[in-house]
Design a protein around this ligand. Structure first.
Ligand SMILES: Nc1nc2c(ncn2[C@@H]2O[C@H](COP(=O)(O)OP(=O)(O)O)[C@@H](O)[C@H]2O)c(=O)[nH]1
Ligand SMILES: [Mg+2]
Length: 267
């Protein structure tokens, strides 16, 4: 394992070469110039009071250079009080408030606008996805091999066993997406989507709700010479009783979005 993997740090390829001789006293591998790529972690949040603070803290603890852009999507369950009282004062975190609930896609659009990083990754606020996986998700971009990386729940990482029919639905949506894009993804619906910031900012997004996932997939795949990677991630799925919200209606919407953006609306 390289020095950088040991510390989970994020470096460009050239910096990695230099960093092997530039370890500093705090044990973190840095280049001689001390530079890492900045990762903007965009966190869309709607009614996540039990997990919001822990989600933010886990991202802050994960070992990579980051800024957090958190967008509250009109929460009404006390999340806003936690954000205003505890999250806003954390260093490296900026919180934005939507005037009313508009959906994950709309919250993400706001977050992407505010992001200043070299790389942008999406992080949900319900602890289903583990921020300790972020360094390995962004690594192919840092190393200069990829423009976009999806963290896949179906490539062998540890995951909670849950909802067979959900997994069937997921596979159907990913297959339909692959037929349209000619990419061989294994998990189109994953939350962990990382982009070189300039690529993401060049994509015009319209979907306000969970249609974001198929829309961004179809639109990025259409970019010329885009290099897409997948890496395995862990997944701690939650039940509906624990707060899961996505459902059958969202699966139909995803199919509709694949057809709309992939087949009908090609500009
Ligand atoms: N369900 C839902 N989630 C939203 C909305 N706006 C932002 N989000 C956030 O989007 C992320 C994914 O939603 P989630 O409900 O966890 O989806 P699920 O776990 O797939 O059921 C979470 O961080 C939510 O807090 C919204 O209007 N509805
Ligand atoms: Mg979730």
């Amino acid at each position: 394992m390289s020095t950088q993997e040991t510390h989970g740090m994020v470096h460009t390829a050239r910096e990695r070469e230099a960093s092997s001789t530039a370890d500093t006293a705090d044990g973190r591998a840095r280049t001689s110039a001390g530079k890492e790529m900045l990762v903007s972690v965009v966190m869309p949040c709607f009614n996540e009071r039990p997990t919001i603070l822990a989600s933010v803290k886990r991202v802050l603890e994960a070992p990579f250079l980051k800024e957090i852009v958190l967008v509250d999507d009109g929460s009404t369950d006390g999340t806003r009080e936690v954000l205003a009282g505890e999250v806003e004062k954390l260093a490296g975190v900026r919180v934005f408030y939507q005037d009313k609930n508009r959906g994950k896609g709309a919250a993400l659009r706001r977050g992407f606008q505010e992001a200043n990083g070299d790389i942008i990754i999406v992080q949900d606020c319900d602890l289903e996805y583990d921020p300790r996986d972020i360094p390995s998700v962004v690594k192919p971009i840092v190393e200069g091999d990829a423009d976009v990386v999806y963290g896949s729940r179906f490539l062998g990482g540890p995951h909670r066993v849950l909802y067979y029919w959900h997994s069937v639905g997921n596979h159907m949506l990913t297959t339909a997406s692959n037929m349209i894009t000619d990419l061989n993804l294994t998990d189109m619906e994953t939350c962990y989507k990382a982009f070189r910031a300039e690529i993401l900012k060049s994509i015009e997004l319209e979907e306000d709700r969970f249609g974001f996932e198929p829309e961004v997939t179809v639109k990025m795949a259409r970019k010329r010479e885009i290099r897409v990677y997948e890496v395995p991630i862990s997944y701690k799925g939650r039940t509906y009783a624990e707060g899961k919200k996505i459902g059958l209606k969202d699966a139909f919407r995803a199919m509709y979005c694949l057809a709309r953006y992939g087949l009908l609306k090609r500009s």
